[in-house]
Design a protein around this ligand. Structure first.
Ligand SMILES: NC(=O)c1ccc[n+]([C@@H]2O[C@H](COP(=O)([O-])OP(=O)(O)OC[C@H]3O[C@@H](n4cnc5c(N)ncnc54)[C@H](OP(=O)(O)O)[C@@H]3O)[C@@H](O)[C@H]2O)c1
Length: 218
């Protein structure tokens, strides 16, 4: 994996727009900047975007949430409802672009169910809202606290567009993360359910929101 990551780093240098400037924007932003990429942070509150960009360093810039123009990859680091809203608003400009959905559409009152329709994932709803976008589900099982440090992590990836999945796979390798391709976007619902359980048992396992779902060797 190390060799693959090094080769990928030499080949590509991408401009990535992260929507939102919260915990996950910070965690993913830190990883991407360390991976050698240019990161734009876009928030409804430009001050918050600027603050996070300053923390990420010279390869990052903050902006008001306005346009995806120029970005090759857009990461929706927003809550489920916000991600759907951005997908609807930007449907035209997301066409042809790699759009990374990281959200967990969880009932946060009970941690006992998903709030999506029974036959759909949030990722599929986002793909429906922005039909030309190349939607990839990724990062929904990685807690922000773990992304922000340098520990190895598994990132489960689901999507129907092979090129978009290749792009996200490359970004993970650059960021010293292990990408695991679980198949088409239809599997996003399983990833969302997977993380629901991970969140639900945090107290039981004394996890402190720092645990990680990983496949390990015996
Ligand atoms: N935290 C984790 O460990 C973790 C792990 C895996 C996946 N996730 C998922 O990652 C996503 C972000 O989580 P987070 O913990 O980073 O949340 P957060 O810290 O609350 O940050 C959310 C960001 O989204 C923005 N936002 C909210 N509603 C919006 C809307 N309608 N339009 C545009 N921007 C909007 C907020 O902007 P304002 O400042 O303008 O309000 C804020 O910058 C969620 O979907 C979550 O399920 C989180």
């Amino acid at each position: 994996m190390e060799l693959l990551a090094r080769q990928h780093k030499e080949e590509t240098h991408m401009e990535i727009l992260i929507v939102g400037s919260g915990n996950m924007a910070r965690g993913i932003g830190l990883r991407l900047v360390r991976g050698g990429h240019q990161v734009r942070i876009a928030d409804r509150q430009p001050d918050k975007a600027a603050d996070l960009a300053a923390e990420l360093g010279e390869s990052a810039a903050g902006e008001v949430l306005d346009s995806a123009a120029g970005a090759e990859v857009i990461v929706l680091a927003t809550p489920y409802e916000g991600s759907l809203e951005v997908a609807r608003l930007w449907a035209d400009q997301l066409a042809g672009k790699t759009v990374v959905d990281i959200c967990n559409p969880v009932d946060f009152d009970t941690f006992d169910g998903l709030v999506t329709p029974p036959d759909k994932s949030a990722a599929q709803q986002i793909a429906d809202a922005a039909p030309g976008a190349r939607v990839v589900k990724a990062f929904n099982t990685t807690f922000a606290s773990r992304l922000a440090n340098s520990t190895p992590l598994d990132v489960f990836i689901a999507g129907d567009d092979p090129d978009a999945k290749k792009t996200v796979t490359g970004l993970c390798l650059d960021a010293d993360l292990r990408p695991i391709d679980v198949g088409g976007l239809k599997h996003a619902r399983a990833l969302e359910a997977f993380q629901l359980l991970h969140m639900k048992v945090q107290d039981q396992i004394n996890g402190g929101w720092t645990t990680a779902i990983a496949f390990t060797e015996a």
